[in-house]
Design a protein around this ligand. Sequence first.
Ligand SMILES: Cc1cc2nc3c(=O)[nH]c(=O)nc-3n(C[C@H](O)[C@H](O)[C@H](O)COP(=O)(O)OP(=O)(O)OC[C@H]3O[C@@H](n4cnc5c(N)ncnc54)[C@H](O)[C@@H]3O)c2cc1C
Length: 289
Amino acid sequence: MLYDIVIIGSGVAGLSAGIYAGRANKSVLIIEDNNIGGTTVTLPNINNYPGFTNISGVELVSNMYKQCLNFDVKFDFLRIDSIDFDRNIIRTDNNIIEYKTLIIASGSTYKRLNIDTEEKFKLHGLSYCAVCDGNLYKNKKIIVFTKNNSAINSVKYLKNLTNDIIVMDISNGFAFDGIECYHNVLPIEIIGDTNVKGIKAMIGISEKVLNCDGIFVDLGKVTDIDLYKDNLQNESGFLITDENLHTNIPNVFVAGDIRKKSLRQIVTACSDGAIASTEAIKYLSKNIF
Ligand SMILES: Cc1cc2nc3c(=O)[nH]c(=O)nc-3n(C[C@H](O)[C@H](O)[C@H](O)COP(=O)(O)OP(=O)(O)OC[C@H]3O[C@@H](n4cnc5c(N)ncnc54)[C@H](O)[C@@H]3O)c2cc1C
């Protein structure tokens, strides 16, 4: 089957792209290999998406999904084996999908500490995103995990909200100016009942328990760009675009967290989706198929 626009990923970037493409009367397929809604659907409370004092990820994503369906956007749940960028073909287990334009919106995930208690305290005092959750810790005591200087921007952002910050560096490299900083830290256990109360860690050769109200982990992000990396320009795992989200291939665009950019948030992912779709629509108008 041939589509005007195929979108890989049904996070908020992909859904926004779908809404804009569907409203322009294009034939659109969104391919997802997991759940609709990507990371956003897992968030119980979003309070920085403009227009909503508080909305759950499920509600936001459900609304966007309905908008897509209203504009006749199709969804398919499958695993992509390969993409032939010369012939505009996506290969799956038992199918071939053809596209005129392609929007890649397959997101990224945060690197984790990989300790047992991590899952339990996620959203209960353990965060991976200073811009998302920093505001919850105004004037509170927080610990930030970094690997070398990976958390430098998070620390700068959090300094707007509290002076009570300790940095724990799992490597041995970086000094954060004017901030208490431990190096060679091996986290052992997050301490707390329902909410984070502290962390137990090896610092050098001694075990320590430090109390805090919240823990931020900023060890960087991981993307899966295996499908694209031989054809699309990329850097440190992120795909490179120009400001209108064009890649080095004229009919391929990128939106959302998988893109090299400075702020990875729902609002910027949605904005990317809208821009990428509009550029794909322009491409279709210029190139009569
Ligand atoms: C804990 C946490 C809290 C956050 N809180 C906030 C907040 O309060 N406010 C805010 O603005 N932002 C927040 N963010 C950031 C926000 O969630 C992301 O910026 C946003 O979800 C990015 O959307 P996306 O569509 O680019 O990617 P994603 O949400 O990652 O979606 C990508 C989708 O692509 C799919 N996919 C990946 N590879 C393939 C493939 N090969 N084939 C098919 N499908 C594929 C994935 O399954 C996924 O559904 C938070 C992030 C986290 C982790």
